[in-house]
Structure formats: C-alpha cells, structure tokens
Design a protein around this ligand. Sequence first.
Ligand SMILES: [Zn+2]
Length: 304
Amino acid sequence: MDKTTGFVTFDAKRASVKERLIYDQVRKAEVIYAQRLRGLSQRIVTMAYDALKSMGPVVDPAILINLAELLNKYGDVITPWAKIMAQKMVHDVALRDTRMWIERSKNIAWGIRQEIENAPIGDILKQRMEDQIGLITSIPREVASQVHQMAITSLYSGARADVLVKHILAMAETTKARANTIARTETSRTVLELTKARAEHIGSPGYLWRTSSDEDVRPSLFLSPKTFNKLNTRAKGSHRLLEGTFHKWSEPPISGPNGERSHPGGIYNCRCVAEVIVPHFPPDKLQAQSWQWSQRPKSHLNAW
Ligand SMILES: [Zn+2]
C-alpha cells in the first residue's frame, strides 16, 4: 500500500503465475475471434472472385450490382452466426476477467471478492454483444456499398474492366486486416469496460496505465526515427509515455494521434491494460502480506 494515499494497486507485472495464465487466455479469445472474422473475410473474397469471373473486357454494371446485392444479403444471412461469435468472445473475456479478479482478490481479501461479484456488468455484456453483431455484419455491407458505388460510376467513367476487378478483389482482401483490427480492438475494449465497471463498483479512483512492454507499443519501434519522435509525445497520445502513469476513471488521457482520449484498451489496436487501484479496506491479518505484495518503488509515486 502507498502510505501517502491509502490505496493499493493490482500490479499486473508482479501478478502470480496463475493470473498471468488467465491474462494470456484473454489474448487467446482475441486470436480465436480474429480467426473467425478472417474466415468471414475470405468468404467475401471468394464471393467477389466468383461474381467477377464472368466479366468481359468491358465493365458490366449489372455484374457489379449483383455482387453488391449478394454481399448485402450475406450481411443479413450471417446475423445469427455473428450473434454466436459475439457471444463467444464476450463470454470468454467475461469468464477470464472474473477469474482474474477472483485471483486478485485473494491477495487483497477484505471481503472485496463479494463486492466484485456483485458489480453490475449485465448491461455491459449485452451492449458489447450488440456492438459486435453490428461490426461483423458491417464487413460485407461496406464492401457491398463500395461495389455499388463503382457500378454507378462505371457507367460514365469508362474504367477498364480488368483494373476494376483487380481493385474490387484487393478491397475484399483488405477486410482481412479489418477483421484483425476489430478482434483486437473489441476484445481489449470488452476487458476495459468490465475492469472499469468492477473497479468503479468497489470505489477505485483510477489506475496505472500498463503497456505490453514490447516493440509494438505505440509509437512502434519499427517506425523511422523521425516519425517515432514525432509521435512519441503526450500530445500525440504516445502509449510508451503513458506507461506507469496514474489516471482517474473520470479522466481518460490522450491516447490517439488526433487528441482522442481513452482508457487503456479503449482505442483501436491497443493492447494496454489498466492496473487498477483499489481503495484501502479495513485492515486484518492479511493486510501485511498484501501491503508487501503491492508496494511500488518510490519513483512510481512521483507520477501521482
Ligand atoms: Zn496501448
């Protein structure tokens, strides 16, 4: 416990091996979700390929309109499937999140466990599922709308059929990258929203921002030094500089290059997590052990 503020933190870096395993399982939920969504993208590519095969040297707008209709219908047809995928991801994350808090509350004790279990998360789970269904079904629908637009412009643009076909197939391929982004962003956001709801329910004032401490933390080390330096500022939302800093749940810091604000995991492609600070509960014999467990080096306190 930090003696000056009366708060203890959940330290992800020093968490038990068991807790780490549970955290890895959250990432596993992301990987499975991404695989399923990429499968959906592959189906879109195949549909586009099959429909465009019959295109001759001259653009036939009817073929494009047919493809657009097919993709739109596909968006409707996959809704029940999308619901199952969404339920699976949200359920997996929620289950693992519950396990993680139970694991953590063993170290904190003081009856906090019951409080965590009573946190109102039902509405969050429902909302997260609905958001997923919208996102999943939007993947074919967005391609449909672009193909439809091309059908209209092709009537007077005189575009070459082979160029157009190549363009549409490339566009269908890009949905695979979008599938990965959706899986990562949505899994992290689900973790964040569950963490936030439970943390606020037990009176947590905020958290320490924790990155995954690797070269991909934004700005990525794979960028040119010039771009890296430009992006590695608090104003540009560098997650590297946010590492270890304290934030209130009511005041998300700048985490995006255009001044977007979010908590860790709340912005696209972010894998950062919140190391929750929980209020100091009445002492009992478990306290000494917990204090020692949660003590942080002096340097960290300066950021508070
Ligand atoms: Zn991040």
